[in-house]
Ligand binder design. Structure first.
Ligand code: HEC
Ligand code: HEC
Ligand code: HEC
Ligand code: HEC
Length: 252
């Protein structure tokens, strides 16, 4: 009987296998290949292009930060002048070419001002058409070509980490932004936060008083294992559970 039970439960386990979801290339969380950030088929060589080339290079990078290979936007990114959040926090501004937070890297393509294939170093050459002259337009363009961010969730902004005001990218949370409306530490659920050392250096992590958010707090451009849904999201887009992207930071 014991043996029979073992066989049955063994079969049960086998039966579960087809029900498990096997991530196919391009699925949420399955890595870069076959996503919208895989440019290898759009820009076939020669010289051959790798998965990383359009964003990073081992040599001759445009900026040391992240060994960034894509030409940075020259825009000053701003929200409508003088705007503050309901919490009393001033919306940030940052320069696309000098701000070291990852949002400036995203916007080097996603403001539509620089061609997708405008990279500094590509195996000794430069990428050819068509990516050398195509710019992002439509729903994927998140700022105007002159850097107006109005309409977007704040980025390059302090997060009220630990339930107190934080200072990040020279902005300090307003007094009304702290309190019970926040997850004290959303990194516990796959969100990524950032620390500003006060000299313009940004690193991933958290630190009492100097923590903030970037585009990459909600998105992982590599479609890595923290991605749960479409659009490289670090949470779900269409659920009403604790894994819903918005409630990972906002306690609502
Ligand atoms: C579409 C642009 C893009 C592509 C393609 C890309 N990266 Fe990144 N990468 C970024 C951005 C933006 C960051 C900053 C991410 C963050 O702060 O979460 C980053 C961060 C990193 C880091 C720093 C550690 C980390 O995870 O934050 C490493 C290492 C890295 N990338 C390696 C790679 C490699 C290797 C490839 C190719 C297999 C690759 N990336 C492809 C945009 C890209
Ligand atoms: C080298 C240029 C480049 C960089 C840098 C880049 N992207 Fe993209 N991204 C693209 C292109 C091109 C598309 C596809 C646009 C289209 O299909 O119209 C895209 C698509 C996306 C999509 C939609 C994915 C989908 O499945 O529909 C998201 C979300 C996204 N990017 C976020 C980011 C974020 C966040 C960053 C920074 C961490 C970033 N991107 C950096 C070029 C870039
Ligand atoms: C607070 C979380 C959050 C932040 C921060 C954030 N995004 Fe998103 N993003 C989302 C969500 C949720 C969606 C899907 C819903 C939608 O389309 O608005 C999305 C969608 C996108 C898309 C897909 C196109 C589309 O249909 O909207 C792109 C591209 C994108 N984001 C780029 C960016 C860039 C670039 C930044 C930084 C400037 C950024 N995001 C910051 C949450 C965020
Ligand atoms: C990574 C953490 C994080 C995530 C995820 C997040 N937010 Fe936020 N949100 C913030 C921060 C930080 C602020 C600015 C707080 C302040 O006022 O200082 C903010 C502000 C806001 C505001 C107030 C804006 C204003 O001008 O008053 C709204 C509304 C908002 N978020 C909605 C959303 C929605 C909707 C989602 C899901 C798509 C979302 N947030 C996801 C961190 C997050």
């Amino acid at each position: 009987m014991k043996k029979l039970t073992a066989i049955i439960s063994g079969l049960g386990a086998l039966a579960l296998i087809p029900a498990m979801t096997w991530a196919a290339p391009g699925d949420p969380g399955a890595g870069l290949a076959a996503t919208k950030h895989d440019f290898t088929t759009l820009a076939p060589g020669p010289p051959p292009v790798g998965l990383c080339t359009f964003c990073h290079t081992p040599h001759n990078a445009n900026i040391q930060s992240l060994l960034w290979n894509h030409t940075l936007s020259a825009n000053n990114f701003t929200w409508a002048a003088g705007s503050v959040t309901i919490g009393g926090t001033s919306y940030s501004s940052f320069n696309g070419a000098t701000y070291k937070g990852p949002s400036a890297k995203c916007l080097s393509c996603h403001d539509g001002s620089v061609a997708i294939g405008d990279v500094g170093w590509w195996n000794g050459g430069v990428p050819g058409a068509p990516l050398s002259n195509i710019k992002i337009t439509g729903a994927n363009q998140k700022a105007t070509v002159t850097g107006d961010m109005t309409g977007n969730h704040p980025v390059a902004m302090p997060f009220p980490f630990g339930g107190v005001v934080n200072t990040y990218n020279t902005v300090t949370n307003g007094a009304a932004s702290v309190g019970s409306g926040w997850q004290a530490d959303p990194t516990a659920t796959g969100i990524r936060l950032y620390v500003d050392d006060g000299s313009g250096n940004i690193s991933a992590g958290t630190n009492a008083g100097t923590t903030g958010i970037e585009c990459t707090s909600c998105h992982d451009p590599h479609n890595g294992s923290d991605v749960d849904d479409v659009f490289f999201l670090r949470g779900n887009l269409g659920t009403n559970t604790a894994n819903y992207i918005c409630v990972k930071c906002h306690l609502k």
